[in-house]
Design a binder for this molecule. Structure first.
Ligand SMILES: C[S@@+](CC[C@H](N)C(=O)[O-])C[C@H]1O[C@@H](n2cnc3c(N)ncnc32)[C@H](O)[C@@H]1O
Length: 263
């Protein structure tokens, strides 16, 4: 089945497929090792995604003297944002060696550093257990091939009462497309299948997940939700430059953010 959709603002033809973990990791690492950074957009703090910012939400609170871990740290811009806020110990993990190299260079050019680990978020990677005050992730959790194992790992890294904040593309966003300036419901919200998308000369593999899938996986792994955000910050919409993406964001959340606490 072919579907037209938008992932983080980038349009592509979707092809449904069966998921094999090592193929998904290889395909996605190849994307992030090469052209991925060209598609980053608003996926680094203070942005949680398009039209949603930490500056407005203030989900982190005071991070001075806290230990934080970022899952899928990309090229390190969110790590810098958190270091600028006064955190003392920063760790980042990512599946892509090239992304981590970019992080290293970016932080070094700002006189900063972090403990960086190259591993899939679903795997056991030697990250210390019951150690962190915060684990956070900006537009990376959705890349996991095993959501339950990923949340189980994250729970194990956090101290009791530690905070987990993450954002991802809102699942309703992929169900709707803009055609002739109208929003058309295109794909089933219930379809949690895997699909591949061509991005320039590369490919990515992702899965649809319902919001309840995230919420239930959090509950299963000992988290209680403190806040869930589904909104478009109207201050970030530019009425003078209405594009399809903004048109969508006027009527539905394109990003969701969850703040949860480990019990
Ligand atoms: C949108 S980027 C995150 C950008 C990041 N928030 C920043 O501040 O630069 C998503 C990241 O997730 C990483 N990723 C993809 N699949 C992963 C996996 N299974 N485990 C860990 N990281 C993964 C990619 O390599 C990429 O760097």
């Amino acid at each position: 089945m072919n579907k037209k959709s938008i992932i983080g603002g980038a349009a592509g033809e979707l092809t449904n497929l069966d998921m094999d973990i090592s193929t998904a990791h290889k395909t996605n690492t190849n994307f992030w090792d090469t052209i991925g950074s060209e598609f980053l957009g608003a996926t680094a703090l203070p942005y949680y995604g398009s039209f949603v910012t930490e500056e407005k939400l203030q989900l982190f609170g005071d991070v001075a003297n806290k230990k934080l871990l970022e899952i899928g740290c990309g090229n390190g811009h969110s790590l810098k944002y958190i270091i600028d806020k006064g955190a003392t110990e920063l760790w980042g993990t990512d599946i892509s060696p090239m992304q981590l190299e970019r992080t290293r260079e970016f932080l070094a050019s700002n006189g900063m550093n972090a403990n960086l680990i190259c591993a899939p978020m679903e795997s056991e990677s030697g990250i210390p257990k019951q150690y962190f005050d915060y684990v956070y992730s900006v537009y990376a959790i959705g890349w996991t091939t095993d959501l339950n194992q990923t949340f189980c790992n994250i729970s194990s890294y956090l101290k009791k009462d530690g905070i987990f904040i993450f954002s991802w593309s809102h699942p309703i966003h992929k169900c709707v497309s803009v055609e002739n300036e109208e929003l058309i419901f295109r794909n089933s919200y219930f379809d949690e299948g895997w699909y591949s998308v061509a991005m320039a000369d590369k490919e990515i593999m992702l899965s649809n997940r319902k919001l309840s899938t995230y919420v239930n996986a959090l509950a299963t792994n000992g988290f209680v939700i403190e806040q869930m955000v589904e909104e478009t910050d109207e201050d970030l919409l530019n009425p003078n430059l209405p594009d399809d993406f903004s048109k969508k964001a006027e009527q539905l959340p394109v990003t969701f953010v969850i703040k949860a606490r480990k019990l």
